[in-house]
Design a protein around this ligand. Sequence first.
Ligand code: HEC
Ligand code: HEC
Ligand code: HEC
Ligand code: HEC
Ligand code: HEC
Length: 219
Amino acid sequence: MANLFPKESNIVPIKIILCKIITVIMIVLGITYYFTPKYTRVGYKPTQPVAFDHSLHAGQLGLDCRYCHSFGTVSSHSNVPTTQTCMNCHRQVKSNSPKLAPLRESWETGKPMKWIKIHQAPDYVYFNHSAHLNRGISCASCHGKVNEMEVVWHDKPHSMGWCLECHRNPEYHIRPQEEVFNLNWKAGDGSTKAQVEQGRELVKKWGVSPPQNCQACHR
Ligand code: HEC
Ligand code: HEC
Ligand code: HEC
Ligand code: HEC
Ligand code: HEC
């Protein structure tokens, strides 16, 4: 039989197969990446318009979280502070600092600061801050030790599995109500054993039973 194709074309099928294999690998990797919130979120640390430092304000200066995130305990939604809250101090303190220029501009124009949101539950998830804060769950359990962060990052996965892990075993996290905003608090000698012992008592005393049914979080 006459050779209808030039010799070159013998390698074309191989190229096609290779291309397909690479495409499949890319798709698998892409999907794995997309569906693993651990990789997409934990460590997310955007650069904010003003280099606000929690380790200075909430750590060294010892400001309470609620001074700025005031809605956390009374509503489902936690908030970032308004420019006014910052200006309570920064009209006097470092009032000419170039680092605060965007803040002064926001103050003068009345346009809110454009803080970049770090934590965001999907629309189909119902989440309520106060339900947790009023039941002895600290900011630290869900956001890490923000009081030591110069720049806030996404510290925990906030995936469904992660929510459920605590809902099944709240004794690993629950603490006396008055220590919820004290991010440095540890039970007893600081061991897991001490936490779990005290945790079990509080769970029993308050009758805590976090929901595990789908409708609680997907309404
Ligand atoms: C002086 C005001 C102030 C205080 C006090 C403060 N914060 Fe903030 N917080 C901010 C501002 C402004 C932002 C937005 C900019 C940023 O991410 O740094 C923020 C962002 C955050 C975020 C990320 C929000 C997001 O976008 O998802 C968390 C979590 C947070 N703060 C927790 C805390 C905790 C916990 C404390 C107490 C230990 C605290 N903050 C104390 C002002 C404050
Ligand atoms: C209770 C008073 C107080 C409040 C409220 C406050 N700050 Fe500060 N801030 C300070 C002090 C004190 C310093 C340290 C000044 C120094 O280093 O001498 C500081 C430093 C800073 C600096 C560093 C400035 C520089 O030039 O080094 C930035 C940026 C800053 N604050 C942003 C903010 C923002 C944004 C808010 C509102 C979310 C805010 N602060 C709220 C007291 C405050
Ligand atoms: C049980 C876990 C949990 C606890 C406890 C918790 N948070 Fe959150 N936080 C979340 C989740 C989940 C989101 C994302 C919510 C959303 O997108 O509606 C969030 C979002 C935030 C935001 C961003 C809100 C916005 O609109 O930009 C701030 C600020 C915040 N939390 C501060 C705090 C502070 C301060 C505390 C302690 C007083 C705290 N959180 C305790 C889970 C928690
Ligand atoms: C560190 C522990 C912990 C984590 C993490 C946690 N929860 Fe909870 N959750 C609790 C506790 C404790 C309660 C209170 C149960 C009670 O009052 O009996 C609760 C209650 C709830 C409730 C019922 C309260 C209401 O308003 O109906 C919902 C809904 C909820 N959690 C959703 C979530 C979601 C969504 C996440 C993940 C983004 C999450 N939780 C992460 C401990 C946790
Ligand atoms: C404690 C709260 C909570 C409960 C209970 C819960 N979910 Fe979720 N679910 C979440 C959160 C938070 C997410 C978002 C995860 C993310 O963004 O990575 C989610 C995401 C999902 C998704 C999207 C796919 C995924 O994994 O990201 C599906 C589907 C889902 N849930 C189904 C269910 C079903 C079915 C049940 C009951 C068996 C259930 N959920 C119970 C909190 C919960």
